[in-house]
Unconditional design. Structure first.
Length: 230
C-alpha cells in the first residue's frame, strides 16, 4: 500500500491517529466526520481509512521487527546510528522507534559505549569516564558539558599563547583551576531561515572552556561514528 502523503496543516502524528482509532472503536464511537476534523483533513472517508490502515501497518511491522531483534545484540550499524542520532538531539524514544528496539535497550547501549548524557532530575550533562581527558588537540571534536553541544577545539590558552597576544591576562589555568583551558567553537545546526543559510551546514559561536568540562568523543569512532555529522 502506498504511504499516505501528509499535508503541512494535517495532524497525522502517531499519537493523534492512535487517539482517533480509539475513539472510533469506543463504546460511544465518534463519527468519521469528527475523526477527519481531529486529523485536520478534508472529509474523505476513503483517505481516513488509508491513514488508519497505514498507521496499523506501521505498528504491526514495528512489533514484528522488535520481536525479531529480541535477544540479539546491537550491530555496529545500530550503535553508529544510535550514537549519531543521540548526539544530534534525537530522544531515546525516537531512536528506539527507528531501530525497532526498546527504549531500555537503547538507553543501555548509550551508557555502555560511553556517550555524554543528561540527567533527568537536574539537567546536568554527565561525561562518562571514557570521555574525560586532561588535554585536547586543536581541531578535535569534543562534547561541551557547559553548553551540551558538540564543539571543535581551537586552541589551548597556555601561558605562552596568552603572552603573545593582546587582551589576555596571562592566567595560569592549571595552577588556578587544576585544568587546562581551551578556546572552542560550539557547533549548532542551522534551522531557521533555511533559504538564507542554504550553503551553511553548521552555525555556532566561540567560547572558552576548562578541560574538565569537555568530553572526548574519539573512542566512538571505532563504532564507525562520523563525528562531523553530529
Amino acid at each position: 500500500m502506498p504511504r499516505v502523503k501528509k499535508k503541512d496543516h494535517e495532524n497525522l502524528s502517531e499519537s493523534n491517529i492512535s487517539k482517533v482509532i480509539d475513539l472510533l472503536s469506543g463504546n460511544q464511537p465518534i463519527s468519521k466526520k469528527v475523526a477527519c476534523d481531529m486529523l485536520n483533513i478534508a472529509y474523505n472517508t476513503t483517505r481516513l481509512q488509508r491513514i488508519i490502515d497505514d498507521y496499523q501497518d506501521k505498528v504491526e511491522y514495528r512489533a514484528l521487527r522488535k520481536k525479531q531483534n529480541r535477544g540479539r545484540g546491537a550491530t555496529d550499524a545500530e550503535i553508529r546510528e544510535a550514537v549519531e542520532r543521540y548526539l544530534s538531539g534525537d530522544s531515546i524514544a525516537e531512536i528506539a522507534s527507528g531501530l525497532f528496539r526498546s527504549t531500555g535497550f537503547i538507553r543501555s547501549l548509550i551508557e555502555r559505549v560511553g556517550v555524554p548524557s543528561i540527567t533527568k532530575e537536574t539537567g546536568v550533562v554527565l561525561l562518562p569516564d571514557s570521555c574525560t581527558a586532561d588535554a585536547f588537540s586543536p581541531g578535535e571534536i569534543v562534547w561541551s558539558a557547559t553548553y551540551n553541544k558538540p564543539a571543535r577545539v581551537e586552541q589551548e590558552l597556555s601561558i605562552d599563547y596568552q603572552a603573545e597576544r593582546e587582551g589576555f591576562s596571562d592566567v595560569n589555568y592549571e595552577a588556578k583551576y587544576g585544568s587546562k583551558c581551551y578556546a572552542i567553537y560550539v557547533m549548532e545546526e542551522v534551522r531557521d531561515d533555511t533559504e538564507k543559510w542554504a550553503n551553511v551546514e553548521t552555525g555556532g559561536y566561540f567560547a572558552y572552556s576548562l578541560a574538565y568540562d569537555l568530553g572526548k568523543l574519539s573512542h566512538l569512532e571505532k563504532y564507525g561514528v562520523d563525528l562531523s555529522r553530529i
